[in-house]
Design a protein around this ligand. Structure first.
Ligand code: NAG
Ligand code: NAG
Ligand code: NAG
Ligand code: NAG
Ligand code: NAG
Ligand code: NAG
Ligand code: NAG
Length: 507
């Protein structure tokens, strides 16, 4: 059993729990993002949009007057390119995921890049309980206090928020007939796809990028996530894979020896606070997982500042002959690609619990409806063999929140089993984009379902790479994937305009 692997609740975007904390004293302290704040401050970029607030209903599904409480939901809007209601110019909506919406607005350049040719309005909606969209008067402490106050944090409520807001916004803009396309990456992409299925009268189509809507129950193997990471490193070099795979035992053995922890601290330049073998292993694993997710073909700063093709850089460090047989030196240099690419970190704080993108609410979601088994490791895995232990998750959720997860709820509410058969004649106008090197792609829709539910699958790339701002260095396959997406969306809009013209004649 690998303690630090057992209870990592991967948010789609980051590891939720400090692995070390669970190893040492399971349920004693929860969330943590090991992500450091972006070098670029969020506010420096706000020329991209204007910030607005909408008074939102706390509980869409209850007529008890008590539930008519409201909260302020934030949204960001850019109308620079919009053609306006007279020509029914389209509205592009980003269905926000588990974090501060500004972060997504600054990392979803695709919408800005294509808005001019669509004459589109761009809107980013913040997910309830994240960023500034906090119920209970914006009082985070109150909102996150207990299961009673957290109970309104769910994907279903969030989708209802989005529908309510979009309908009201269109009314205010006198743009009732402007077609809406929803966009999202990761959990935001799952929401976009589900939104299209649940609210076809509000959105004419969805671009769901890297959205693992099949990573529930037993639809997707619990081993696929780590298998993909393994393959990412192994395809770089067999030696790189072997060194990483062999390193866990060496770290554990060293940690057990007298002075071993101090040797590890020194080897990895770790700050002078509490460490254990498990916490070091968790820290290293985090770097490999995130690097696999953000192995972009151009330099990036999504989870952490990184060079282009960072896995290649990590494996270069590991394969570097000048480190001889010094495994720790190799690992240190590999981890530095993720943790210290900018070169401004003086020592590594491996217990860093900061959460700069405000992703902490995912813990609750991972304890209630977002049960996405990804922690399995088979014998080939780059990580030690283990199984995804649902019992442990349920126990810690009980301990922290006094809730029991409902692992079958998402497939009950949104489907997922036999998706091709089910959606072939029901749904339409959804693009599922996936990069096969992204660990989340295992739970994605990788096959065309119908003429208009299309899977765009790329062998290269990483987590929602298509949604990033375009750059001069973008590879051809990425340009082509985006071209395909644009063409498909244009088709949706023309079809919509034809239908609209027809219905106006008939009425
Ligand atoms: C919209 O985005 C563009 C950049 O793509 C920017 O130049 C413009 O100022 C933004 N408009 C608003 C209203 O923020
Ligand atoms: C629409 O306008 C009303 C009245 O000004 C305002 O209260 C509401 O917040 C607006 N809706 C949105 C989505 O901004
Ligand atoms: C998944 O499959 C395993 C083994 O067949 C079974 O024990 C488990 O209950 C299944 N879980 C779900 C959520 O269907
Ligand atoms: C590493 O190499 C050194 C010298 O090249 C040797 O003395 C040492 O035993 C080697 N260590 C291992 C673990 O192979
Ligand atoms: C980070 O990189 C800089 C520049 O290479 C180096 O001086 C510093 O020691 C590194 N920090 C750590 C913690 O390794
Ligand atoms: C899962 O965790 C529970 C509780 O710690 C333990 O009893 C059980 O043996 C574990 N199952 C597996 C397959 O590791
Ligand atoms: C799905 O169909 C589109 C064309 O309609 C094609 O471009 C795409 O490659 C297909 N996807 C897969 C996974 O076969």
């Amino acid at each position: 059993m690998v303690p630090w692997m057992l209870l990592l609740f991967y948010s789609l975007l980051f590891l939720q729990s400090s692995p070390s904390s669970f190893a040492k004293c399971p349920p004693s302290y929860f969330p943590s993002s090991i992500i450091r704040p972006e070098t670029q401050s969020l506010s420096s970029n706000n020329a991209l949009y204007k910030t607005k607030y909408y008074t939102q209903i706390l509980d869409h599904f209850n007529y008890d007057p008590q539930s008519y409480q409201t909260f302020q939901q934030r949204y960001l809007i850019n109308d620079t390119f919009w053609g306006g209601p007279k020509i029914n110019a389209p509205i592009f909506i980003y269905t926000g995921n588990e974090g501060n919406i500004e972060w997504f607005a600054q990392n979803t350049g695709f919408m800005y890049d294509i808005a001019p040719e669509f004459k589109a309005l761009i809107v980013f909606l913040e997910h309830r309980y994240y960023g500034q969209s906090i119920p209970y008067g914006g009082d985070r402490k109150k909102a996150y206090k207990n299961p009673k106050t957290l109970g309104y944090l769910s994907s279903t409520q969030a989708l209802a928020d989005y529908a309510t807001l979009i309908i009201d916004l269109k009314k205010n803009l006198s743009a009732i007939d402007s077609p809406v396309i929803v966009f999202g990456g990761s959990y935001g992409g799952m929401l976009a796809a589900w939104f299209r299925l649940k609210y076809p009268h509000v959105a004419i189509g969805a671009l769901a990028s890297s959205s693992p809507i099949l990573q529930f129950e037993n639809i997707t193997s619990q081993y696929s996530f780590n298998n993909i990471i393994t393959q990412d490193f192994r395809s770089e070099s067999e030696n790189c894979y072997k060194v990483l795979k062999g390193s866990w035992k060496q770290i554990e053995d060293t940690a057990k020896t007298k002075g071993g922890l101090e040797l590890l601290r020194k080897s990895f330049h770790i700050c002078k606070n509490y460490i254990s073998g498990d916490s070091i292993e968790g820290w290293l694993a985090t770097a490999y997982v995130y690097t696999a997710m953000t192995d972009y073909p151009t330099p990036s700063n999504f989870l952490s500042p990184m060079p282009a093709y960072p896995i290649r850089q990590m494996c270069k460090a590991i394969d570097n002959p000048s480190f001889g047989n010094d495994t720790f030196a190799k690992l240190y240099h590999a981890a530095s690609v993720y943790y210290n690419y900018t070169g401004d970190v003086s020592c590594f704080d491996i217990n860093d619990n900061s959460d700069p993108h405000d992703l902490g609410g995912w813990q609750w979601q991972a304890c209630t409806e977002m049960i996405m088994p990804t922690n399995g490791n088979n014998e080939e895995s780059i990580f030690p063999a283990s199984t995804d232990n649902y019992t442990e998750r349920a126990q810690s959720c009980e301990y922290f929140y006094k809730v029991q997860p409902r692992p079958a709820w998402i497939t009950t509410e949104f489907g997922g089993h036999d998706i091709k058969r089910v959606l072939k004649r029901f749904g339409s106008n959804i693009i599922f984009f996936n990069s096969l090197r992204d660990p989340w792609s295992g739970g994605g829709v990788l096959k065309n379902i119908s003429k208009s539910i299309i899977a765009i699958v790329e062998k290269e790339g990483a987590h929602h790479v298509d949604l990033r701002f375009k750059t001069d260095k973008d590879p051809e396959w990425l340009k082509n994937a985006r071209k395909k997406e644009i063409g498909i969306m244009k088709g949706w809009i023309s079809e919509y305009n034809r239908d609209l013209a027809d219905s106006n004649i008939i009425d």
